[in-house]
Design a protein around this ligand. Sequence first.
Ligand code: NDP
Length: 288
Amino acid sequence: MSATIIDGKAHAARLRERIAVQAAAFAGAAGRAAGLAVVLVGEDPASAVYVRSKGKATIAAGMESFEHRLPADTDQAALIALVDRLNADPAVDGILVQLPLPAHLDADAILTRIDSDKDVDGFHPVNVGRLMLGLPGLVPCTPYGCLLLLQDVLGDLTGLDAVVVGRSNIVGKPMAALLTAASATVTIAHSRTRDLAAVVRRADIVVAAVGRAQMIPGDWIKPGATVIDVGINRTDAGLVGDVDFASAVEVAGAITPVPGGVGPMTIACLLRNTVVAAARREGVPLDM
Ligand code: NDP
């Protein structure tokens, strides 16, 4: 039997429609559109594509987009000065500094400089702390998008065995925190995990966030499990995930494709965080 393919594009389109309704309600109540500032340093082509699509999606959702493109040799002080200006700008509700930054810049110092109430990426230590404590905050977009997909497919996640492969600060760790908050029983696996195959085999939910092409074969997947593949790997055969889709689709109950699975949800969740941040800053209630 073949798995249900989770259509991330369709999920994201529905989420963006709901966000547009909330963005319009915010604009009506606040007398201005919610605003997202995106900062790109340097010429990395993949980053340039992401920044362009974030800007387009922001405008399509009825929000204002402010793009700041800085040369690759921008120094730390200049970038900090821009972040400070955006922190102080009342028209800016969300600030996103596109990663990776050129190697001479201290990314941690920049991300910590962003006002935590405008930190729509959810990477500021204050938002990481809020997530761990179960307090309202801004949650990293990619793992939040994965959680929404899982809840759409499975409903209540209580008691399910979830294995997150990968422990990065931007995907693996916040994913594990969100699944724990949703009452799943969570295992975090990584490069030092012993017998990864056996760990993955007991999972009702597998979230793969490694960055190694097709490293999880179908025979590691428990029959009927739900598989969320975060990996984006460029190969000669095109973009592939961390899961071997062709074999996993024969065993899983539901699975995300790459591309067209998690990726579209990430941008939709960024828009959601922007309208949520705007509403909190202005004290406007939202229905989402
Ligand atoms: P990182 O490189 O920061 O983290 C990778 C994690 O995988 C690490 O925790 C590492 O373990 C673990 N790992 C590496 N090799 C193995 C192995 N052989 N077995 C088990 N675990 C292993 O990556 P990110 O979290 O930033 O990204 C992961 C993937 O997700 C990438 O392909 C990235 O492109 C993609 N991505 C996709 C997004 C989207 O919107 N769809 C957004 C963000 C990322 P250790 O800690 O021990 O080194």
